[in-house]
Structure formats: structure tokens, C-alpha cells
Design a protein around this ligand. Structure first.
Ligand SMILES: [Zn+2]
Length: 262
């Protein structure tokens, strides 16, 4: 019986166990790339400076630019003049530097949580793209152009992070100050053997129909663990939340591999 048939019949359950498993399942480099998007849990970067600062300093009154973070416009000094998390001063119109104390959910006016109402993120991201269009700042000073580019980059990061279930879950944990080692191998023989079966099935899939069927099955698995994460996170049971994320990561990699082949 082929691996694909085994997977079809068993619904990805284990029929074949292996005693020797590779340390790396080679199911894609997505997570290692993703990993690079995240700084260590207690550090955040200051846009444009490429330096890392302890989060407590940035989330307090400290700001790497020394020109923002206290709610005052860098140009005219007007307090609480900022119309929105980013953009420009209401009083003088000068473009403001990125305020690192504003988290990704706040950027989009969303409640902090795993669930994002359908369409909300997409719509709000498009609004930001319009507001941050480079043409709108072409007559501004170089300093303000840099601020605008930083704002744009941060909005893009925020969108990419919140748009995908796995990166959103990781970000939520980071906001809670909980470090998740994404590269840690889950020491569950059932899961690792299942991944081997999936990998074989992906390699042997003869057409896009077979791949799509496989993708649907793995997406269900992913969703099941995403639901577990949601519940664990709500209860602030971070051990269970980490366990769920690590399993989501395995299925996410498998889905990426399938999409690459489609
Ligand atoms: Zn101002």
C-alpha cells in the first residue's frame, strides 16, 4: 500500500512507525525564515537603527529615536497631537517616527486576541497602504520620508504577523513575555512518524488533486491544534499553548511543502 493510500485510509493516523527519525524533517524552511522575523522575547528592534533594546525600556517612556514615545510631536512638541498610532502630528502636520509602544493589534485597531473578525485585517491594512503611500510624502524632508518608510515597514510587519494563524499565535505569546522555541523538536514519536508519512505522501502524490486532498487533511489537523492554542491562551495556560504552537508549526511546514508542489 502506498503512503498516500495509507494516509487516505488512516486519515493521517499512524500505520507505519520508524525507529530512526531525522532530526530535521526538511519540510520547508518557512519556519526558519519566520524565526528570523522574531526577535528574542525580551528585545524589540528600533526601526531604522537595527539595534536591540530591552523591551521594558521601549515599552516605557524610552524610545530609540528619543523623538517619540512620550506622546509629543518631535517637531512642535505638542502633547498628544498624534491623530493615530503613526502618521503625522495634528498640530503641525510633520510625519512622526514609529512608536514602538504601539503593538500590532493596536496598529489595526483590533482587540488583542487570537481571533480576528473576517475581513477586518485586510480592510484596515489597505487603509494603511493608502495613508502611507510614498507619493504623499514626496515633498517632505528626508527625515520625515525616513519616518514614513519606517511606518510603512512596521505596518507591513504587523500585517504579515497577524495575517497568519501561526505567526499571530507566536506574537500573542511574545506580548505575554513567553518565549516559544520554534525550532525545538517535539519529542512525540507519533507526531514525528506522522510527519514522515506526510512527507512521503507529498513526494509520491501523483497529481494536484491528490496534493489538495492531502492539504485539506493536514489543514484540519492544523486547525485542531489552533483551536487548542486558542483555548489554552484564553486560560493563560502557556505550557499547553506552547505545545499547540509547536504542533501547528509541524503541520504548517507540511502545508507549505504541498503548496510548493502544487
Ligand atoms: Zn507637531
Amino acid at each position: 500500500m502506498s503512503s498516500w493510500r495509507k494516509l487516505s485510509v488512516s486519515g493521517l493516523s499512524l500505520l507505519c512507525r520508524r525507529s530512526r527519525l531525522p532530526p530535521n524533517l526538511h519540510l520547508g524552511s518557512h519556519l526558519s525564515r519566520l524565526h528570523k522575523c522574531y526577535f528574542p522575547p525580551h528585545f524589540v528592534s528600533c526601526s531604522g537603527h537595527h539595534r536591540l533594546f530591552p523591551e521594558s525600556r521601549v515599552f516605557g517612556r524610552f524610545s530609540c529615536s528619543s523623538e517619540s514615545g512620550n506622546g509629543r510631536c518631535w517637531n512642535c512638541g505638542t502633547a498628544a497631537a498624534l491623530a493615530e498610532p503613526f502618521l503625522s502630528c495634528r498640530a503641525c502636520g510633520s510625519v512622526q517616527p514609529v512608536d514602538q509602544s504601539v503593538d500590532y493589534f493596536q496598529i489595526f485597531g483590533l482587540e488583542k486576541g487570537y481571533d480576528i473578525p473576517d475581513g477586518n485585517l485586510e480592510g484596515k491594512y489597505k487603509d494603511w497602504q493608502k495613508k502611507l503611500h510614498p507619493d504623499l510624502v514626496h515633498s517632505k524632508s528626508e527625515k520625515e520620508k525616513t519616518f514614513a518608510a519606517d511606518q510603512s515597514a512596521r505596518v507591513n510587519d504587523a500585517y504579515r504577523t497577524l495575517n497568519k494563524s501561526l505567526s499571530r499565535a507566536l506574537y500573542l505569546m511574545r506580548l505575554e513575555g513567553v518565549h516559544v522555541d520554534e525550532e525545538k523538536t517535539v519529542m512525540d514519536p507519533d507526531l514525528l512518524a506522522e510527519m514522515m508519512d506526510i512527507r512521503e505522501a507529498v513526494e509520491e502524490a501523483s497529481d494536484s488533486h491528490a496534493l489538495k486532498q492531502l492539504q485539506t487533511q493536514i489543514e484540519r489537523k492544523f486547525e485542531a491544534w489552533a483551536n487548542s492554542f486558542r483555548e489554552a491562551f484564553k486560560r493563560k495556560n502557556f505550557d499547553d499553548a506552547i505545545n499547540s504552537i509547536q504542533r501547528m508549526r509541524y503541520y504548517d511546514r507540511a502545508i507549505e511543502e504541498i503548496i510548493k508542489k502544487l
